[in-house]
Design a protein around this ligand. Structure first.
Ligand code: NAP
Length: 115
């Protein structure tokens, strides 16, 4: 069974839905910025690489060609064990997309898409 990360960048796609606050962006977190600075990659690449390196498949989306390239370019660097632990330690059990209430909040209607 393959575990897949939808919305692997966290809060990013939930701002416009008014389901997340800007301060919840993991891309702005100091642990992510430190790893980005050390590896000379972007914060988004660090977050995506963390997902890949812990064995998760990623479904990431961008409308911007440059970001699509960025998001595909994850194989030429590695996060250290300390980076991995620091990023894993950011967990606060915050769910942006809870299947139980997402459609009602985002679209104003219940969609039985998870049956
Ligand atoms: N079936 C399900 O239950 C389910 C649940 C959640 C998500 N999904 C699907 O999974 C896919 C991804 O989910 P998602 O769009 O919610 O989350 P996501 O890919 O984590 O985030 C997308 C957001 O991040 C921005 N972004 C993308 N690359 C970036 C980068 N390199 N730097 C900074 N910002 C970046 C995008 O803006 P720009 O477009 O402006 O770059 C967009 O606002 C979508 O196709 C979605 O439909 C499915």
């Amino acid at each position: 069974m393959e575990v897949t990360a939808f919305s692997p960048l966290g809060a990013m796609s939930y701002f416009e839905l008014d389901m997340a606050d800007q301060h919840e962006s993991v891309l702005e977190h100091s642990a992510i910025k430190a790893a980005a600075s050390r590896t000379h990659e972007t914060a988004a690449q660090v977050v995506l690489r963390w997902g890949l390196q812990r064995g998760t498949s990623l479904v990431v989306k961008s409308f911007k060609t440059e970001r699509m390239r960025e998001n595909l370019s994850l194989d030429d660097f590695e996060l250290t064990a300390a980076d991995m632990d620091a990023i894993s330690g950011l967990n606060i059990n915050r769910r942006f997309d809870d299947p139980g209430d997402f459609c009602e909040v985002a679209f104003g209607t219940f969609h039985p898409i998870y049956d």
